[in-house]
Design a protein around this ligand. Sequence first.
Ligand code: FES
Length: 109
Amino acid sequence: MTATESWIALCRLDELEGDGMFPFEVGEQRVAIYQLAGKIYATDNVCSHAFALLTDGWLDGNLVECPLHGAQFDVATGEVARGPADCAVATFATRIREGLVEVKLPDRS
Ligand code: FES
C-alpha cells in the first residue's frame, strides 16, 4: 500500500512575524515551521535523539539546535549537522496558497 499525503493549511503567512521558528500540531504530528529570508521550511518538531521540541531551541542561520542535548539539524534537509542525534528529522514540503502556509503531511488513517 502506498502512503498518501495531503496539503494542510497551518496559518496565514502574515501571522509569521519575521524570521524564526513556529510550532504547530496537526493531530499527533508536531510540525516546526521555519521562516528564513522569505523562505518557508518545515520539519518534524520532535528531535530524533530523544523527546524535545526543536522550536524550544535556537535557530542559527539554517541550523536548528535542540534545547535538550544540543544536536543541530539543517532545516532544509533535516540532516544532522551536529550530534548527539544520528538520524535526520523528517522534512515536509511547503507552499503558500492564497496567503496561507501549507505543509504536505502523510495521511493518517
Ligand atoms: S533530545 Fe535533541 S539532542 Fe537529545
